[in-house]
Design a protein around this ligand. Sequence first.
Ligand code: PEP
Ligand code: MG
Length: 504
Amino acid sequence: MGVPEPPPGPLTPPAGPPAEEAERALAALRLVAAELGRRAELAGGEAAEVLEAQVLMAQDPMLAEAVTARTAVGVAAGRAVFEAFGVFRAQLAGAGEYLAARVADLDDLAARAVAAAAGRPMPGVPVRDEPFVLVAHDLAPADTALLDLQKVLALVTEQGGPTSHTAILARARGIPAVVGVAGALELTEDELLLVDASEGAVYVAPTDEFVASAREREAARREAAALATAGTEPIRTPDGREVKLLANIGGAVDVADALAAGAEGVGLFRTEVLYLGAHEPPSYEDQLTAYRAVFEGFAGMTVIARTLDAGADKPLPFLPLGEEPNPSLGVRGIRAFRDAGHEHLLETQLAAMAAAAEGTGVDLWVMAPMIADAEEARWFAAKAREAGIAKVGVMIEVPAAALCAREILAEVDFASIGTNDLTQYTMAADRLVGALGGLQDAGHPAVLKLIAMTAYAGAELGKPVGVCGEAAGDPRLAAELIRLGVTSLSMAPAALAEVRAALR
Ligand code: PEP
Ligand code: MG
């Protein structure tokens, strides 16, 4: 993310007297620090730590000095703040791995402070007193994870495909979200919007009758879902095969929702969600506590935990992977640990998972993201087994892995198909690009063929092959996936009832 540059100085836009410009610039830094401090209090936990670190940066006396040195020679407030941050940025970027990871935070802070000093609205999620629909170009996963659910009624973004992590996190948090809406930013403030996430539609200035009928549809949908959840008899195929309906979760906060929705276990525990804002690698002890809180909630059931899936649209601040021309084809998933020299982080995570499961009664399975071939699967399986993990698997989300599913499954105990990435790579359509939403279709015959091949290999070897991408939570696709031989479906807790109803 870059910080938009205000017009160059020293005297454009016309700067007022240096003392006034200095006061305006310093006031902007104070305003930003206060605003971030307020958000830190609201957020709590990991997110609060990130925001508090930003408060400290905004209050750094050296920053204030750099700003006033510029206003003293006639530079306007916005420009002075921009330039002072630029110097800090260069110092941080060159100061080793740990500090370099803070550059993104500094950019975020600089963008807010420059806007405040120049008298423009601050970027980032706006703060309002009344509930609102948030319309944005795009949102970082960390921003989505922090949205105030009391205030944000729905989310509409111009960018982002249906399987972008912003959309997934919004769904997990139960925020109706419609992404990839061309022209969304042309909507004006205070316009009445009706956001129908089940249809993927946004209606501007709907009539009273239309609002009433939407409310009726919503009530009927909830009623049907409640009925489907009431009886949680297992889903069986006509030939008697049981298909478990599992939940995708991001941490202990999701456990109650998953159980209430009748999840029969967890098919994807996205462990990276816990650490999206972490600037230092989570310690063994921190991970032990976080994982145990999840495993205890699913005593007697299976939890499939995924090792950290970093990179592309889910950067982990403590794991700098460098600038890449094409991040989704770059060092991400398992590659971040194997090829980028962070093996010890993976080993710590596996050890923490194994220890956290002990005594909780959970049946723990562990899988790696973005495995490309049998050799990578073998490498991961050896590491996981060494750490004491009994059931080791891989995600199938790279087309090469689906094509070689038999060889890969020979190395591990199970596989889980990540249809979000599998679709992105099969169709060569970036899941973050809203304009390509039409190609991001897991129901496309090309993707279904790869799913069928993987499920067939699993059946041949007698190893489970589930689906944990968003396709599993699509009531229109669920039955087709089972017909292709998939043995379990894992989805956002909010999707469970509708999928169960559709399968019944
Ligand atoms: C997937 O790619 O389908 C998947 C489940 O993983 P993620 O969405 O977290 O990349
Ligand atoms: Mg994936």
